[in-house]
Ligand binder design. Structure first.
Ligand code: NDP
Length: 434
């Protein structure tokens, strides 16, 4: 910790993994001998850069850009870019560290990385966002590439931003290198189901987890936090599988719609108009909007899918969820549950799917996008969704089996951490002291 002062989220993510992998270290003394833990916690490369840009009124702004290339033992660095005012090195490192094990769990040849900026796209015009993205890429381009590092989206970075970033990369390098970014638009090298993949994938994982316990999503009351890329498509898939999502949110508050969130209204408000979630009730007058962050304490549900941001469910929220009859928590976001809340869920027998496993569908679909780019191919929606479904089933099966192997049946946190860690550790050992 003294090597990385003040990086709280990174410390939290590392502690969570190290707590679970102790049994794997006991079984494999060669990992300690090769100092795998020390090496795995140190990113291979960290890049921090200045991003100057000009707003529509001509005022100059300076933001900070980051790319942390965590580990390339399994493949080129792969992970999203986050644009949010809270972004600093500790957040980017926590996300990069998580990404490494998540990517391993997909079984695909991708390493771990993450990046972003403290730029806040909220309220900015398209042209301002474009100028920011062009400035950001003017430094980033020299560090990335199809065989080196392949960024994608995350909070605040969706299809619009990826388009501007890709355009600038192409312009600077004079290369139409489709595989340098994922999450591209369908007309210029994007892949079907990438947009839907994280949300759909989390629900496929939830479905597998409930089936393994002899239960199902059908008829369940569900709450999903956030109303961005992950949340919208998690809601869509829950409804397809017979569950009812009654509430979702953004940083301004939450909406409650007991008839079930209308996904087409939600898309119109968030994807088309880029409005605040409160606008939802203008289209659905029976629904209510409550300002603030009381979602998890105030809306009981059987299944909770936190899909907004890190540490959004604390111990108090967890206690309220348990009291309200929650039977399963599925992390659509990265590390949305605090360690105390995870403990409370375990004590109460709530089934818990950690983000590294449950939200791996996004990066898996990104790897499928890279595969299509490399072969100049483009698959149908149905085939792509089938591939995603198969990958999520496999991830569930690996986590489940590893937890059993280590004598902790039903502990998906241990299963995911140990399985992901073992794969990275084996690849690092095989590649020598690098
Ligand atoms: P989006 O930017 O599309 O949506 C984020 C949503 O979460 C918005 O509704 C936003 O509200 C809300 N939110 C963000 N920060 C906060 C905050 N500090 N407090 C309250 N609400 C907040 O992002 P994504 O949907 O892409 O990402 C959501 C989560 O899923 C993140 O943890 C991300 O790392 C994770 N994830 C995303 C993947 C992807 O493919 N996109 C893949 C795997 C994980 P507001 O607009 O008001 O800020």
């Amino acid at each position: 910790m003294h090597r990385n002062p003040g990086e709280h989220e990174f410390h939290q993510a590392v502690r969570e993994v190290l707590d679970s992998v102790a049994p794997a270290l006991d079984k494999h003394p060669e990992y300690a001998q090769a100092k795998i833990i020390e090496r795995i916690c140190e990113p291979e490369r960290q890049i921090i850069f200045r991003v100057p840009w000009e707003d529509d009124s001509g005022e100059v702004h300076i933001n900070r850009g980051f790319r942390v290339e965590f580990n390339s033992a399994l493949g080129p660095y792969k992970g999203g870019l986050r644009f949010h005012p809270s972004v600093y090195l500790g957040i980017v490192k926590f996300l990069g560290f998580e990404q490494l094990f998540k990517n391993a769990l997909t079984g695909m040849p991708i390493g771990g990385g993450k990046g972003g900026s403290d730029f806040d796209p909220k309220g900015r015009s398209d042209r301002e966002v474009m100028r920011f993205c062009q400035s950001f890429m003017t430094e980033l381009y020299r560090h990335i590439g199809e065989y080196t590092d392949v960024p994608a989206g995350d909070i605040g970075v969706g299809g619009r931003e990826i388009g501007y970033l890709f355009g600038q990369y192409k312009r600077i390098t004079n290369r139409y290198e489709s595989g340098v970014l994922t999450g591209k638009g369908l007309v210029y090298g994007g892949a079907q189901v990438r947009r839907e993949a994280t949300g759909y994938g989390a629900v496929f994982f939830a479905d597998e987890m409930l089936r393994a316990a002899g239960d199902s999503i059908d008829g369940k009351r569900v709450v999903v936090s956030g109303s961005g890329n992950v949340a919208i498509y998690a809601i869509e898939k829950i409804h397809e599988l017979g569950g009812v999502v009654v509430a979702c949110s953004d940083s301004s508050g939450y909406v409650l719609d007991d008839k079930g969130i209308d996904v087409s209204v939600l898309k119109e408000v968030k994807e088309v108009q880029r409005e605040r979630i409160g606008q939802y009730v203008r289209h659905r007058p029976h629904a209510t909007f409550t300002p603030g962050n009381g979602l998890w304490r105030e809306v009981p549900c059987a299944i909770a899918i936190p899909s907004a941001t890190q540490n959004e469910i604390d111990a108090e929220d967890a206690a309220a969820l348990v009291a309200g009859g929650c039977i399963a928590v599925v992390e659509g976001a990265n590390m949305p549950t605090t360690p105390e809340a995870v403990r409370l869920f375990a004590e109460a027998g709530v089934r818990f799917a950690p983000g590294k496993a449950a939200n791996a569908g996004g990066v898996a679909a990104s790897a499928l996008e890279m595969q299509q780019n490399a072969s100049r191919d483009s698959w149908t929606f149905e085939y792509s969704e089938q591939r995603l479904h198969g990958i999520m089933r496999d991830i569930h099966a690996r986590c489940y089996a590893t937890a059993e192997e280590y004598g902790m049946p039903g502990n998906y946190v241990a299963g995911a951490n140990i399985d992901g860690f073992r794969m990275v550790a084996e690849a690092m050992l095989a590649q020598g002291l690098i």
